[in-house]
Design a protein. Structure first.
Length: 170
């Protein structure tokens, strides 16, 4: 909020003072005033905007409290060690994830092999069922032929027995 007020006052002074100041001969004094005030205003705005960075740059103490930013500054060696530990942890996580992916791939391959075997068994079962159906149909055809032949044989015996009876009666 205070940034906006400073910017608004600066903008108004940029436009109103030169217009009014030319008639009164205050234009050169206005420029001198800007030279005096603009750079401190810029420094204050930067300081408020980047207070954490300024605290790190200018206050090299172990712990600080600067415009509400509280913290602990670290040595370069600590930062390097921390980054190295983070990278090592990331590498370990990557290795673990790669191992898990390999295990998942192996389990998927095993499952695929099992399903292939099951598919083969089901195909063989369906072939056997089809062969069984054709065998049964052939068997029923042969049964029909046997029944027909039996009937023919019985009819032939009956005819023979009738012929024998006729011969005896004659």
């Amino acid at each position: 909020m205070h940034y906006l007020i400073i910017i608004l006052i600066t903008a108004i002074s940029f436009f109103l003072v030169p217009i009014a100041g030319r008639e009164m001969g205050l234009y050169e004094e206005y420029l001198n005033l800007l030279d005096i005030t603009i750079w401190p205003a810029v420094v204050i705005i930067v300081a408020l905007s980047f207070r954490k960075i300024l605290a790190y740059l200018f206050f090299s103490v172990e712990e600080f409290s600067f415009f509400g930013a509280k913290g602990r500054l670290k040595d370069v060696r600590e930062l390097i060690e921390e980054k190295a530990e983070n990278l090592k942890a990331k590498q370990e996580i990557n290795e673990q994830s790669k191992e898990m992916l390999k295990e998942f791939d192996e389990s998927i391959k095993k499952i695929k092999e099992r399903t292939k075997n099951k598919d083969r068994v089901s195909e063989l079962g369906s072939e056997i069922i089809k062969e069984n159906e054709t065998f049964r149909s052939k068997l029923s055809e042969k049964d029909q032929e046997i029944i027909i032949l039996k009937n023919e044989i019985e009819v032939g015996r009956n005819i023979d027995s009738i012929a024998l009876v006729d011969k005896k009666q004659l």
